[in-house]
Each structure stands twice: as C-alpha cells, then as structure tokens.
Design a protein around this ligand. Structure first.
Ligand SMILES: *[C@@H]1O[C@H](CO)[C@@H](O)[C@H](O)[C@H]1NC(C)=O
Ligand SMILES: *[C@@H]1O[C@H](CO)[C@@H](O)[C@H](O)[C@H]1NC(C)=O
Ligand SMILES: *[C@@H]1O[C@H](CO)[C@@H](O)[C@H](O)[C@H]1NC(C)=O
Ligand SMILES: *[C@@H]1O[C@H](CO)[C@@H](O)[C@H](O)[C@H]1NC(C)=O
Ligand SMILES: *[C@@H]1O[C@H](CO)[C@@H](O)[C@H](O)[C@H]1NC(C)=O
Ligand SMILES: *[C@@H]1O[C@H](CO)[C@@H](O)[C@H](O)[C@H]1NC(C)=O
Ligand SMILES: *[C@@H]1O[C@H](CO)[C@@H](O)[C@H](O)[C@H]1NC(C)=O
Length: 366
C-alpha cells in the first residue's frame, strides 16, 4: 500500500502534503517558506494560459469561479510586496502584465468586463497595487502604456473613504502635492465626525444606505483599520506632525484589542465561516488563494526591516504621474446595497491588509 500512497501524494496541493516549517530567526528560512507559499498561491492563477484573461483569479462567483475581480488586484499587490521584501522577482513579469491588462481603456482600473461587480473599493485594490509599484520602483511601462503613478491618480477620484484617505496620504508623500494631503485630512475628519472612527479607536465598516447612513454598521474588519493605519503612517512620515503619530498609536491600540487575541491575528467578523482560524492553532482544511495571500503577507512582511523604504518622486521614484488623470470622467455608477456575500468576500484579504499596513508602519518608524 505504501508505494501507491506515495504515488498519490503529488496529486494533492502542496499545502496539504506538509506543514510549513519556518525558523522565524532565519531570513533564509522565511524566504524559503514564503517562496513555497507564493508558488502555491500561483497555482490558483490561470490568467497567463491561452484563452484566459490576464490579471484575474477564476471568477466571479457564483458561476465563473471563486474569486471576485478585486482579489486579483490584491494578489498582485501581495506579490509586489513579496518581491520588494524578499528580492525574489519570479512573478514580476506576471504582475506587470496583469496590472497593465486590467488598467482598462481609460487607464483607471475600470473595465466594462467587471462593471457589474465593481465597487469603488474594488477598484482601490488595483490602484493601491499600482501605488506599490510606483513606491517600489517596479519596472516602468514604456511611455505609450499606462504608468503606475498615473493609474493610482486616476483611480483616486472615485474610491471609498478609507481607501481615499490611504491613497491621498501616499500620493501626497510621493508627489508632494498638498492637494492630496488636504483631501486626506478632510476625509479623516469626516470619518471621525460621523463616528466611523470612535473615541475608543474602533473603526466601523460604514453605515447602511437603507437608513440614509444614520445607523452605523458596528462590524469591524481589520482591512478598514489597516488602511487607515497605513495612511496615518505615511502622513506622519510626510508631515512629521505629532497629531498623526498620536493617531497611529490610537489605531494600534484599537487594532491590538479588536484584531489580535493573545497575540494571534483574529478577524471577528469572519471567524465563523471563512477558513481563517489562526487562533485555534488547527488547520480547518480549507484552501484558497485568499488563505495563501494571508500566509504570504504574514511571512514576507517579516523581512520588511531589511527592505528598501518606499521611494517618492524626490528619492529615486521614476513613475510618471498625471495629476489630472481621471478628473474629467466620473467612472462609477450607482451601486446596489452591499450584501453579506460581498462582505464575506471582503474579509478574505483583511489579514493580508493588516499585515501589510502594520509592516508599512514598521519601516516608517524604523
Ligand atoms: C530566536 O532568537 C531569540 C533571541 O535571539 C531566541 O531567544 C530564540 O530562542 C530563538 N528561537 C529559535 C526558534 O531559534
Ligand atoms: C520580464 O522578463 C524580461 C526578460 O527576462 C525582463 O527583461 C523584464 O525586465 C521582466 N519584466 C519585469 C517587470 O520584471
Ligand atoms: C474582457 O473580456 C474579454 C472577453 O472575455 C477578454 O478578451 C479581455 O481580455 C477582458 N479584458 C479585461 C480587462 O478583463
Ligand atoms: C438623508 O440625509 C440627508 C442629509 O442629512 C437629508 O438631506 C435627507 O433628507 C435624508 N433623507 C431621508 C430619506 O431621510
Ligand atoms: C520618513 O521616512 C524616512 C525613510 O525611512 C525616514 O528617514 C524619516 O525619518 C521618516 N520621517 C519621519 C517623520 O518619521
Ligand atoms: C518628479 O521628479 C522629476 C525629476 O526627477 C521632475 O522632473 C518632476 O517634475 C517631478 N514631478 C513632480 C510631480 O514633482
Ligand atoms: C495637485 O493635485 C491636484 C489633484 O489631482 C491637481 O489638480 C493639481 O494640478 C496638482 N498640482 C500640481 C502642482 O501638480
């Protein structure tokens, strides 16, 4: 029996065959484990195969596959970070092709293929990945192609509040254009005024439009707190203003209280059914690109202290922007109410988001 068992094993995904062993004190061991996870993640991607669409994971649900359009955007961001932090450029050509393919006809990450499932924070996942490309000096496309910075600037006009704050902060730091700073400050003040950020540093998901946005949805997703934390870190780095350091510390207190249980990442809104139970110490048998992204983010971000800091236009950045990009054309139409299904989808990369945001903070203050 044993030989046939051995023969069968390679048919299963690698993650099932063996637990991942990592010596967290060893850079080489972390890199090896992260490389394995990245390889496993890419087994979910088929956009580079004949007849497939570059950039996207199989989807959208329910008929087309398990993944929404935005999850592809999140994956390329995670892989750019992986490259930046580990130095392993194995997936750079795929990432480059994916981001350019999905830029869309107006170069703002809106394509009619995905318009039915395109909320404005979905677009932001792609735009934030383009910003990572600018900040990490990822290979610039030729001049006739969309440029990373200009893509982010184009999408900036049309995205949800938290993402708007985050991207405004990063665009301000990259371009030194204080219009972006002003927008970020106004957005923060608004989030506090409507109590989406409360006095105890809880960060709520939003409000239900069926109640005219008066009743706050008291659900918390680490993704929301994390993009604010990352934005606040960029603004502190850009402005050196103590107020942002205080806000960073406040957000960190809230994040630690809500999203870490005894030091382990915990996603209160999703622990019931999404396959992410890090606090239990047991593998629940559920596999997917989201799970791989979580682990990839957690592992590769351990190396951030040794990675080069995110550049700006003045410190070696080469991505060419266009401050007017996206300004003439409102690109999004009215959206239906967000459903539980959408929220569950959103939970999938929240752990990734939080690990990315926390690590951004690390290099900001290092
Ligand atoms: C990692 O390093 C720390 C301090 O250098 C040490 O206390 C710890 O035992 C090490 N852990 C492992 C697994 O080697
Ligand atoms: C893609 O691969 C080619 C050939 O190896 C290389 O010249 C180019 O720089 C790569 N592009 C990226 C974005 O890494
Ligand atoms: C849109 O869909 C068409 C038809 O499937 C495909 O050829 C094209 O690559 C898609 N474009 C994007 C940006 O997804
Ligand atoms: C919703 O709130 C706005 C702003 O406060 C107000 O002008 C509008 O009348 C409200 N609509 C409903 C249906 O309550
Ligand atoms: C901003 O980041 C740069 C690069 O890491 C660092 O040199 C600088 O001290 C930071 N500024 C602040 C206010 O933290
Ligand atoms: C970015 O830097 C380049 C020189 O490296 C300069 O020509 C350009 O005007 C700068 N762009 C902005 C928006 O400051
Ligand atoms: C700064 O950004 C704003 C918003 O995109 C733009 O309208 C303005 O022209 C930019 N200013 C400069 C000096 O580039």
């Amino acid at each position: 029996m044993i030989p046939s068992l051995v023969y069968l094993l390679p048919l299963y995904p690698l993650a099932v065959q063996a637990a991942l062993e990592v010596d967290l004190n060893s850079t080489e061991s972390i890199k090896r484990a992260a490389a394995q996870v990245a390889e496993d993640l890419l087994t979910y991607y088929h956009g580079d195969e004949p007849g497939q669409i570059p950039g996207i994971l199989p989807g959208p649900p329910p008929g087309g596959g398990d993944y929404y359009w935005w999850e592809g955007g999140a994956m390329w961001g995670a892989l750019l970070d992986y490259w930046h932090w580990t130095g392993d450029g194995t997936y750079n050509n795929l990432s480059y092709q994916a981001l350019l393919w999905q830029a869309g006809p107006n170069r703002d990450f809106v394509d009619k293929n995905w318009s039915f499932s395109l909320g404005n924070d979905d677009q932001a996942f792609w735009a934030m990945s383009a910003l990572i490309a600018a900040e990490t000096k990822f290979e610039d496309p030729p001049p006739d192609q969309p440029q990373w910075l200009a893509l982010a600037q184009a999408a900036f006009v049309a995205i949800a509040n938290g993402c708007f704050f985050n991207m405004g902060a990063r665009l301000a730091r990259y371009t030194k254009n204080d219009t972006y700073l002003d927008w970020s400050i106004r957005t923060w003040d608004w989030l506090v005024a409507v109590k989406y950020i409360d006095d105890d540093w809880n960060v709520y998901d939003g409000a239900d439009i069926s109640n005219n946005c008066t009743i706050i949805v008291k659900q918390q997703f680490s993704y929301n707190a994390a993009i604010l934390l990352q934005g606040a870190a960029y603004l502190y780095n850009y402005t050196s203003d103590q107020i942002w350091l205080d806000r960073i510390n406040g957000l960190l207190d809230g994040i630690e209280r809500v999203f870490f249980v005894k030091g382990v990442a915990y996603e209160p809104a999703c622990e019931g059914g999404c396959g992410f139970h890090w606090t239990s110490g047991k593998f629940d048998g559920l596999l997917g690109a989201g799970q791989q992204m979580d682990v990839l983010g957690a592992l590769s971000s351990l190396l951030i202290m040794d990675a080069p800091v995110a550049v700006t236009n003045d410190t070696g950045g080469t991505s060419v922007g266009n401050p007017d990009a996206g300004a003439e054309k409102p690109t999004y139409s009215e959206l239906g109410p967000i459903t539980m299904g959408d929220r569950a989808g959103a939970g999938i990369v929240t752990v990734v988001a939080i690990s990315l945001a926390i690590t951004s903070l690390w290099w900001m203050i290092k």
